[in-house]
Write a protein that binds this ligand. Structure first.
Ligand SMILES: Nc1ncnc2c1ncn2[C@@H]1O[C@H](COP(=O)(O)OP(=O)(O)OP(=O)(O)O)[C@@H](O)[C@H]1O
Ligand SMILES: [Mg+2]
Length: 276
C-alpha cells in the first residue's frame, strides 16, 4: 500500500489542475443524478472541460437519465477489454461521460499491481484532459460513496425537505466526518416549495452537525420542486431551464476557481477502495 502511494505521487510530478466534485446523499431519489448532469452542463458551458463519472459501481444509472447507452464502460476498462478513450462518451462540447457498468465493485479486488496501473491510467487521462471531474454516487453510507466523497475536493450533499432525507443526510455527514475525517461539506436542498423551506432544512442539519460532529456545513441554497422536470426526464431530456437558473447560483458558491490541493484524488481513492 505504502509503495503504491509513492508511485502515484511520482506519476503526478507536474502541476495538477483537475478538481474532483462528488454528489452524494443519505436517502435515494433526492436528485443526485439530475443535479450531476445539470451541474456538468453548466460548468462545461463556462468553458471548463468536465468529465461526469457514474460513481455507482453497482447499479449505474446516469446513462439512463442522459438517454444514452455507451457500448463500453468502466467495467470493460477494468477487464482490459477497452482503452480509456473508448469508454468516454462526449455529451456536449467540453462535457464527457464515463458510465460505470455493473459488477465493477468486485474488480476492485484485482491484484495490486493491475489495479494500481488501471487507476494510474484513469488519473493520467483525467488530469491531462479535464478541469473538473464530477462523480455521481450511490445513496447512503455505501463504502463506494464514502471512498469517493472522502477523496474528492468538493463534497456536495443533496437532501430534500423530507424528514427521512434530512436524517439520512445528517447520517452520511456524521459517518464521513467521524470515520473518514471529512471536515467540510456543501449542502444543496432539492425539491423545495420555497427558499425558506430550504433554509430551514439547512439550519436543522447545521445545528446537529455543530453539536455532534466537527463538520462544517456550507449552504448552497435550494432547488424548487418542478413537475416539468419529471416530464422532461421521461422524454430523456434532463436539462431544465428553471433548474439551471437555480443551480447556477448554487454552483457560484463553490470554490470552482481553486487550483486543487494535494494529495491526489486517485491516490486517496485507491487506498480507500482497497480498505472497504
Ligand atoms: N427539483 C425537482 N423537481 C421535480 N422532480 C425532481 C427534482 N429533482 C429531481 N427530481 C426527480 O426525482 C427523481 C429522482 O431524481 P434522481 O434520479 O436524480 O435522484 P437520485 O438521488 O440520483 O436517485 P438515486 O439515489 O436512486 O440514484 C427523478 O424522477 C427526477 O426527475
Ligand atoms: Mg442517481
Amino acid at each position: 500500500m505504502e509503495e503504491q502511494a509513492v508511485h502515484l505521487i511520482k506519476a503526478e510530478g507536474k502541476e495538477r489542475k483537475t478538481g474532483y466534485i462528488s454528489i452524494a446523499s443519505g436517502k435515494g431519489g433526492v436528485g443526485k443524478t439530475l443535479i450531476t448532469v445539470n451541474a456538468g452542463k453548466i460548468i462545461s458551458g463556462q468553458g471548463k472541460k468536465v468529465l461526469i463519472v457514474d460513481g455507482d459501481l453497482g447499479l449505474s444509472n446516469v446513462h439512463i437519465m442522459l438517454g444514452i447507452t455507451p457500448a463500453k464502460n468502466l467495467y470493460h476498462f477494468f477487464m482490459g477489454e477497452a482503452a480509456i478513450e473508448e469508454i468516454v462518451t462526449p455529451i456536449y462540447d467540453n462535457l464527457d461521460f464515463i458510465s460505470s457498468g455493473s459488477g465493477i465493485r468486485e474488480l476492485v479486488n484485482l491484484p495490486s499491481l493491475q489495479l494500481r496501473n488501471l487507476i494510474l491510467k484513469l488519473q493520467e487521462y483525467a488530469e491531462k484532459s479535464y478541469d473538473w471531474v464530477i462523480f455521481d454516487t450511490p445513496p447512503g453510507i455505501h463504502s463506494d460513496t464514502l471512498s469517493i466523497v472522502s477523496s474528492s475536493h468538493i463534497p456536495v450533499v443533496i437532501t430534500t425537505p423530507e424528514p427521512t432525507a434530512i436524517a439520512d443526510a445528517y447520517g452520511l455527514i456524521k459517518v464521513l466526518n467521524h470515520y473518514e475525517g471529512v471536515k467540510s461539506f456543501y449542502l444543496l436542498v432539492n425539491k423545495t416549495s420555497n427558499q425558506k423551506e430550504g433554509e430551514r432544512v439547512y439550519e436543522s442539519i447545521r445545528i446537529v452537525c455543530e453539536r455532534f460532529t466537527s463538520a462544517e456545513l456550507k449552504y448552497l441554497g435550494s432547488l424548487r420542486y418542478d413537475p416539468r422536470i419529471i416530464k422532461n426526464i421521461i422524454n430523456q431530456n434532463p436539462f431544465s431551464e428553471a433548474l439551471t437558473r437555480e443551480l447556477i447560483s448554487a454552483l457560484s458558491l463553490l470554490p470552482l476557481n481553486i487550483r486543487t490541493p494535494t494529495p491526489s484524488f486517485w491516490e486517496r481513492l485507491l487506498s480507500r477502495l482497497r480498505r472497504s
